[in-house]
Design a protein around this ligand. Structure first.
Ligand code: CTP
Length: 422
């Protein structure tokens, strides 16, 4: 075991985080933990060694960690959430999240099952983890403050910049680790160790044992990374994408399009839907539907992806002949704007031109007469009024209505027709 001390690295944490860890260290002296030992574990240790920022801080105690989380929350006025069933607690402070848990080991009744958990030693707790670089701990006890605990060769793998599983059954126990492996590899600029890559390929089928929600969560994490296209490309190289759907590709096309999403997305919250739609862009609407079902993609994003694929399959209209503004509007106005944006990002220059015209101009055109104006002219409120407003909008788009007077004349005719019973 390597007796390295990370106290100096911990000094480089933001002051709020440092303060909490010191508090945790001193609270241990008073706490009811039988062994009195508490540790930083997992990603934060890896990030300390690499000098990367980390906002999620995992703390494991060999004993009762919940009372400690409660004490920390009390002293700091942090927001405490206790998960009694799992024996874990979270304290949120500013942008930091501190997760407290008792050391545990896990067994899996079958591949893909959620683990059965029981209290155990720190060594067992670290052994249940995904990769050696995520299976180190740092002692928070005052007398051993900062001591690195590395039973499984994590430090050497950080130095060699390599992703390695702790045991050959790791991907069988939890196939989400297949996606985690390529995510860390590409995020950190590491390389998967040969044996781990071989196990990953061997166990690709285990991805089929993972529930849609868990799989989608992992894909969301991939799409939340800085350069998801690199992870997807590596996923394609290793056969991971094909296992999710045989028609998925993580090729150079994504490498061209994903940076455009970062450049052009109006807001960061739109990026996952844009990325996902581009990822499935070359699938047929039917294949896209299969993948959306497999990943249990929820309503709002599902609508974006479905609309994107449907617009793509209808796009040939635009190349055949010029589209009048009214026709373009009728075609697209019920489609999700992000789905239109996806096609603008993905399509040929002519397609992009029409879609940008819709997004930037046509979708913003409104009748000059408001609902109140229409009521004042005698149009009853309700769905009829909605249809009349759409009609006014289309006539404006086609250039047949220019002034307020033109619109009033059309409305009057409409009322006459209605009252004439036609
Ligand atoms: N872990 C695991 N197997 C998983 C998920 C998580 O072994 N399928 C362990 C790893 O030790 C990981 C820790 O739980 O470090 C915390 O999980 P998570 O927060 O997902 O990972 P971080 O390493 O903190 O990663 P990130 O930097 O992506 O937040």
């Amino acid at each position: 075991m390597v007796a390295l001390n990370l106290a100096a690295e911990m000094e480089r944490l933001p002051p709020e985080a440092r303060e909490i860890l010191r508090m945790v260290g001193s609270l241990v002296e008073e706490s009811r933990l039988p062994s009195g030992r508490l540790f930083l574990v997992g990603g934060v240790v890896r990030d300390l060694l690499l000098g990367c920022p980390c906002l999620d801080i995992d703390i494991v105690g060999e004993g009762d960690a919940l009372s400690l989380a409660e004490a920390v929350a009390r002293r700091t006025h942090g927001r405490l959430v206790v998960h009694k069933r799992f024996g874990t607690a979270t304290v949120r402070l500013g942008e930091f999240r501190f997760d407290f848990a008792a050391a545990r080991s896990e067994t899996y009744s079958h591949p893909g099952a959620l683990p059965e958990v029981r209290s155990d030693t720190l060594k067992a707790d670290l052994f249940r983890r995904d990769f050696t670089i995520n299976a180190m701990a740092v002692d928070l006890t005052v007398s051993r403050w900062g001591t690195l605990i590395d039973y499984y060769g994590g430090l050497e793998d950080v130095r060699k910049r390599c992703i390695r599983v702790l045991h050959p059954g790791s991907f069988v126990d939890d196939a989400t680790r297949i996606l985690r492996a390529i995510r860390y590899e590409q995020r950190l600029g590491f390389r998967m160790e040969t044996g781990t890559a071989r196990l990953l390929r061997r166990d690709l089928k285990m991805l089929d044992t993972i529930s849609g929600d868990r799989l989608r969560h992992e894909i969301e994490l991939v799409l939340g990374e800085e350069r998801p296209e690199r992870i997807l490309r590596r996923g394609a190289e290793l056969g991971v994408l094909q296992q999710l759907h045989p028609s998925l590709k993580g090729n150079g096309w994504l490498a061209l399009k994903f940076p455009l999403v970062r450049e052009l997305a109006g807001s960061a919250k739109d990026m996952p839907a844009l990325y996902l739609s581009l990822l499935v862009y070359h699938l047929t609407p039917e294949e896209g539907g299969q993948l959306l079902d497999r990943l249990k993609v929820p309503g709002a994003i599902r609508k974006v992806v479905r609309d994107a694929l449907e617009i793509k399959s209808e796009v040939s209209r635009m190349s055949s002949s010029a589209l009048a503004p009214g026709a373009l509007y009728r075609w697209l106005h019920l489609r999700h704007p992000l789905a239109i944006r996806v096609n603008a990002l993905a399509g040929a220059p002519m397609v992009r031109w029409y879609l940008e015209l819709f997004l930037r101009q046509l979708s913003l055109v409104k009748p000059l007469l408001s609902g109140e104006d229409l009521m004042a002219l005698g149009v009853p409120a309700g769905s009829e009024m909605g249809r009349l407003q759409e009609h006014l909008r289309e006539e404006r788009l086609e250039g047949r209505l220019k002034t307020r007077g033109d619109e009033e004349a059309l409305v009057k005719k409409w009322i006459e027709r209605k009252s004439g019973g036609c």
